[in-house]
Structure formats: C-alpha cells, structure tokens
Design a protein around this ligand. Structure first.
Ligand code: NCD
Ligand code: ZN
Length: 338
C-alpha cells in the first residue's frame, strides 16, 4: 500500500546560512518552520569572528524569529576561525555558548577571502577548542587546486589535524566524494554533514547541458559514483553522517550573471526532498536518525521533542521566493509539510 503520510521527530539542520538583515528576514521562515535547530554559519557580512559577534547575531535572529512567531526554533551559534583568532577568543566564545568554530580555507567559497592559508598558525586555537569541547567545522577544500580535486586534496589536512588533536570533534562539512566518505568512516571523532542537493546532483546537472547556476555550489557536485556513495552512506544508518542543508541563499541577479555566486537555496525544499529521496531508496526508516538524531548526539544536544508530519501531495516548487530562486524551482515534488 502506498504511504500517504509520514511523521518523525523534527530534525536539525547542521549547516545553514541564514545571512543577516533583509535576507535573514526572507529566509528564516523556511528553516524555522521545518527544523528544531540550525547550526548557523558565520560567513556573514560582516562575519562572526569574535566572542561578542555571535551574541549580536543571535539577537538579530531572535528579533526576526519573534516578529515571525517561530518560538520553537533555536539557532546554534558558530564563529569563524581564521589566522587572527586567538586561543583566548575561543575560551570567550565557549563561555558565551558558541558550539563550534568554522574554518574556511582561503578563497574557497562565498565570503572566505579572510580564510586560513596556513593551518600551522592556528594549532594553538585547535588545542584550546579540544580543551573547551568546541567542535571544529571544516569546509574541506584545498585552495588553488583543480576544482574537482579540492575535497580529495584537503583530506591530508584533515588527517593531520585529527592526528594532532585526537579528542577534537570535527565535522567535515557538505561532503561530496566517495573518498571523503571513506576518510570520515576511518577517523575517530570525525563526522560529516551531507546536503540534500548532493544526494541528487552530479556535475552534469550543473554544466553537463545548459549552464544551471542554481545548481552551482561549493563544493561542486561530483561524479555519479560519488553521488551514489553519499546516498549509500546517508541511508545506511551510520551515525557519523548527518544532515546539513548548506542552504545558501543569494539574490537571483547574483546567481544569474558572470561571476555568479556559489550557493543553493534549499531550505524551502530540503525536508520534502529528503523524504522523497529516502523513500525512493526504500530507506525511509533511516531518515529520522539522519535528520534528527545522529547530529544531535555528535553535538551533545538533547533530541528535539516536537514532531513533523509530511503528506504525499504533489506541488510545484515556486520560481522564486521574494527574489531568491529556490533549489528545484519549477520542478514537481511529491511530499509537503502538513
Ligand atoms: C555558501 C555561501 O553562499 O555562503 N556557498 C556554497 O556554495 N555552499 C558557503 C559554503 O558553505 O561554501
Ligand atoms: Zn555552507
């Protein structure tokens, strides 16, 4: 018999770009209505760098949340770590309740020009993170290498950090390759987030036919074999792999131009799409852990209490939400949130 309704514990989004100001107001409702919590990325304008920045950003998110009446949603705050971060800044941020520090290697993605070139310069910072229990979130791409090999080439750096700081909890963010799946499985205290779009896309969906700027993100979608490895591990029930949408909104004109921005605005479709993907893989029973349990356990957070229910009903993803083109715009999805 065909399933018509699906309920599970409401999930968390372990990698989300909520931006600031107007954009924050536009995109927050999608995340706040479909998740209990979201790990909020710090590559905002201005960025979240110092111990007091997360507090201000938290207040900004809270203000929008209150105006839009999403009381059940909580942001999980992060700071960006770069070569100017000091161990005492980590201590301060940790006291402020910041859960994680995010490292962007220099220039690899949106707003990362201030990123890290020399990882040796931040080893004292990693040491202090290990001591305070702050998680390290890594954008795992090596700068200045061939774009399809950037993730693979970064794994050496991951290995070194893990070897030097074996108790430091690390999340390799938005993984896209079979080899990254392998590395994460091998390394103790290392987990990974996987996006919904990387479970669906390959490089062909970005540049294989006509150019599709709304499928363009960092790290770029890879080969069919890589996609399959992600799908296999995400639906396998391995607790080291959990959901992070990497929903990364940019205005339509910043995507559809020369020098278009990297980032896929997936928040409006992520949950229905995950249900569809897991159902197709005949692994719907594995979805709740992927979205609602494994990440919370790795972050040492209590599980959410609320439930979310989806019903099987076709809908067409809108062409735009207030000037932002969502992932799969104009396409049909078969599940929607009740
Ligand atoms: C993200 C953004 O726009 O902030 N872009 C993206 O392509 N994923 C940054 C990131 O996570 O790489
Ligand atoms: Zn991101």
């Amino acid at each position: 018999m065909e399933l018509k309704e699906f309920s599970m514990r409401i999930g968390d989004d372990f990698h989300c770009h909520l931006r600031r100001g107007d954009m924050l107001g536009k995109v927050l409702p999608f995340t706040a209505s479909m998740f209990g919590r979201a790990v909020v990325m710090p590559n905002t304008e201005p960025p979240i760098l110092d111990r007091f920045d997360p507090h201000l950003y938290y207040k900004e998110i809270h203000q929008y949340k209150r105006n839009q009446s999403y009381s059940g949603f909580s942001p999980i705050m992060t700071i960006q770590i770069n070569e100017s971060t000091s161990p005492s800044m980590i201590e301060g941020a940790s006291l402020e309740g910041v859960a994680a520090g995010k490292v962007y290697p220099i220039g690899v993605t949106t707003n990362s020009a201030n990123g890290v070139r020399d990882f040796g310069k931040i080893s004292e910072v990693f040491k202090r993170m290990q001591e305070t229990g702050m998680l390290l979130l890594l954008h795992g791409e090596k700068p200045d290498t061939f774009c399809l090999h950037r993730e693979k080439e970064f794994l050496n750096t991951l290995l070194k950090i893990n070897k030097e700081f074996p108790e430091l909890k690390i999340v390799l963010e938005h993984i896209t390759t079979r080899v990254a799946v392998w590395a994460v499985k091998e390394l103790k205290n290392v987990a990974a987030t996987i996006t919904a779009h990387h479970l669906l896309l390959t490089l062909d969906d970005v540049v294989g036919d006509l150019l599709s700027p709304h499928n363009f993100c960092k790290p770029i979608a890879k080969s069919p074999k890589d996609r399959l490895a992600l799908l296999e591990v995400a639906t396998s029930g391995n607790p080291k792999f959990f959901f992070g949408s990497d929903s990364a909104p940019h205005l339509k004109e910043r995507k559809e131009c020369s020098s278009g921005c990297a980032g896929i605005f997936s928040a409006p479709v992520a949950v229905p799409l995950l249900v569809e993907i897991f159902e197709k893989a005949d692994r719907l029973d594995k979805l709740e852990n992927f979205v609602s349990t494994f990440g919370a356990v790795f972050y040492d957070l209590p599980l959410n209490k609320d439930k979310i229910t989806l019903v099987k009903k076709d809908w067409i993803v809108p062409e735009s939400y207030d000037g932002i083109v969502p992932f799969l715009s104009g396409k049909k999805l078969s599940w929607q949130v009740k």
